[in-house]
Design a protein around this ligand. Structure first.
Ligand code: 5GP
Ligand code: ZN
Length: 136
């Protein structure tokens, strides 16, 4: 279902114009208005889901297949040297638009972007305690 107050519902549904790269029954792929790199695209499901937790299993399964296709086009047409797929959930993770989306970010040698984290150095005991918290 579309949400009246959701900008990505409006963009995905075509009510608000966008630089569309691809569209089918379930998805629209657009250029990000504030791109990290040349060709930075967003995959928007047409059905509203706030984040990964709300996404239907069907859409979840389809979205990575579509990301793979878009990635191949970026390599072919933009000759990027690499790609990041980024998908933010929740404010703590940097999500600013509360409609599930996947960033497809073409990367170019020396592009100056830094989609990264500071690596931690937990002990084996800490890793074990985290593992237990997750699976036991
Ligand atoms: P998030 O931080 O939620 O993962 O990413 C939201 C992304 O949407 C940002 O990269 C931002 O530049 C992009 N964005 C926000 N509003 C619009 C818009 O109206 N049109 C387009 N094309 N991109 C948008
Ligand atoms: Zn929406």
């Amino acid at each position: 279902m579309k949400r009246e107050d959701c900008i990505f519902c409006k963009i995905a549904g075509g009510e608000i114009p966008s630089k569309t790269l691809y569209e089918d029954e379930n998805f629209r792929v657009i250029l990000d208005l504030s791109p990290a790199t040349r060709g930075h695209a967003l995959i928007l499901p047409k059905e509203h889901a706030e984040d990964l937790h709300e996404l239907s299993d069907e859409t979840a399964a389809e979205v990575l297949v579509l990301a793979k296709k878009i990635a191949a086009v970026m390599v072919k047409r933009l000759h990027c040297d690499g790609l990041n797929l980024v998908q933010n959930n929740g404010e703590a993770a940097g999500q600013t638009v509360k409609h599930f989306h996947v960033h497809v970010i073409p990367r170019y040698k020396g592009d100056g972007q830094n989609i990264n984290w500071v690596p931690g150095s937990p002990s084996q005991e800490e890793l074990e305690s985290i593992r237990e918290a997750i699976v036991e």
